[in-house]
Design a protein around this ligand. Sequence first.
Ligand code: NDP
Length: 452
Amino acid sequence: MAFDYDLYVIGGGSGGVRAARVAAETGARVALAEEYRMGGTCVIRGCVPKKLMVFASGYSRAMQEARAYGWSLESGGFNWTAFRGRLHAELDRLEGIYRANLDRAGVEIHDQRAVLDDAHTVRLADGRTFRAKHILIATGGRPFVPDTVPGHDLAWTSNDVFLMEDLPARVLIVGGGYIACEFACILKGLGADVTQYYRGAQILRGFDDEARGHIAELMEGQGINLHVGTDVERLEKRGNATWVKATDGREAEFDAVIYATGRKPNSGGLGLEATGVKLGRFGQIEVDDYSQTAVPSIFAVGDVTDRINLTPVAIREGAAFVETVFNGRPTKPDHALVASAVFTQPEYGSVGMTEEAARDQEPIEVYCAAFRPMQNAFIDKNERVLFKLIVSAGTRKILGCHIIAPGAGELIQMVGVAMKMGATKEDFDRTVAVHPTMSEEIVLMKTPVRKA
Ligand code: NDP
């Protein structure tokens, strides 16, 4: 049976674009369909615009600190419209680069929705069908808003934040994960009055308990009204505002209610089930270690598989798929010791295990230092950083590292390399400090604060 393509990729986000480009570079005939904008969540409505908003928001703190350091500064306030224009121009530029890179590699782009007719056939929205030897599903995920809450359609998601016309004055953020905490800090820094409701006992479930407590205190210290053990009971439109009744009886009005209550895989309506692809309970495509689905010709990478939902992981999964299928070198994407950062202000970078998970696994020593760095102490700013290492008592290997500090995302990348190489506590001890820095503490912690 003749095929039109060796590979048809559905979804132009981080995982799909990487796989398409690298496969085409092997000489394969590749096409890619994207129904929205090239670049996917990361570039268009996730990591990139979020990080630019983090930068924008950070200047309000920088200006306060600068005054304490002796600068005379007048802030005219933040101009969202001006920033938004520049932000979207930058996203257009990046989208153009993604598109150009695919073109250069010889990937044929179809700017429309694609679904599956069978294990080798893709049907486009305009009715055309193509047969491909392999199909890669890389359709990502989308924000989830629980539809059980009356008035839920009044809520925004992270998608809406990047497009908003004006900066809302009073904001409610619902949720306690990455996106909720990042947007709470961003919008606070941009000048909004921010309230955050989280249903559980402490934000950032799944992260290290001590770090979670530290972040929550820092967020409250910045003036974010954080209420844990609190969820939304109902939402109503009242004039221009949204009235919110909380599960603890609290009532308040907000100019924007942003739900950051998780994301769901984009697996619906693609014709997957009819072809025999298996979906999990949350709609995630089930794949083996090589990203292959139950149908041998169909593979899936990235958030639609709900493994580790991070851009660099999707990119590695896409690259491993090409190694396996087009270069004849079976390659499993490596999901071990993936470092990540929550872009709160300051940031929280982590890699490896939490103290709680590690002590369930084996005997450990915990090294932790929380202190006011020089830059804050000088201006009596009571914001502490945290450096924490979790060490195996048996092998002496570093099992986990947690850093809350300005630039923690940058720092944790470096610690990730050391941990990937199998660094022990003694390797850290042998390393001479860089002085004066905050991060020298990571090689100076001599006595465990706890053994468990
Ligand atoms: P998360 O899974 O991190 O957090 C979802 C939050 O919503 C949790 O606090 C959860 O509570 C809460 N929640 C879930 N369902 C409900 C509900 N029905 N009612 C009330 N609250 C609810 O999801 P995010 O949307 O923040 O982010 C999605 C993923 O995207 C992340 O897990 C991460 O992989 C990735 N991401 C990474 C970033 C980075 O690297 N910096 C930034 C942003 C996203 P509970 O804890 O009780 O379940």
